[in-house]
Design a binder for this molecule. Structure first.
Ligand SMILES: [Zn+2]
Length: 157
């Protein structure tokens, strides 16, 4: 399970004024799962392929997929630090990290890395997922350094 946090708390993004996901019949299970503390991805019962983002069928063999719950742990596969963005509301968030996180289960997700200095983010850095509650049945997953790493950095600072 992943933590579901209220927006704007310590280090937690405030999503006011940000565009929200357009929930459809393919992705609604993913978003409502996150709101209940379950980070979900799709797995194909026919060929075993695992995929994210949610799609109507397996991208490897076109079979119907099943939802699986991820542990919510992964590593930074790649990332970039956004230092310039003149569009609101992103201008007030600078600088921020956009990363591709590889789940322990394999699929990769694009998200932000929070709860650390943007200059501390590294490829292969262990990260954990949490979700920010937006409204009833909708929460948005974000990633942060695993607890032990945050504590370690806090002590050395
Ligand atoms: Zn398949």
């Amino acid at each position: 399970m992943i933590e579901v946090l209220e927006q704007g708390g310590h280090g937690v993004p405030d999503l006011t004024d940000r565009p929200l996901p357009q929930v459809d019949n393919v992705s609604s299970t993913y978003w409502s799962g996150a709101a209940q503390g379950a980070l979900l991805f799709q797995q194909c019962p026919a060929c075993g392929h695992r995929q994210f983002y949610p799609r109507a069928m397996c991208t490897a063999c076109a079979a119907d997929t099943e939802w699986k719950q991820a542990l919510g742990r992964g590593t930074v596969h790649t990332f970039t630090v956004i230092r310039q963005n003149m569009a609101s509301p992103w201008d007030r968030l600078l600088p921020y990290v956009v990363a591709i996180v590889e789940l322990e289960e394999g699929p990769r997700m694009m998200s932000n890395i929070t709860h650390c200095d943007v200059d501390d983010v590294r490829v292969d850095m262990p990260v954990e997922c949490y979700a920010v509650a937006v409204e009833d049945g909708l929460a948005i997953p974000f990633w942060r350094p695993v607890q032990s790493e945050r504590t370690e950095r806090g002590r050395s600072a």
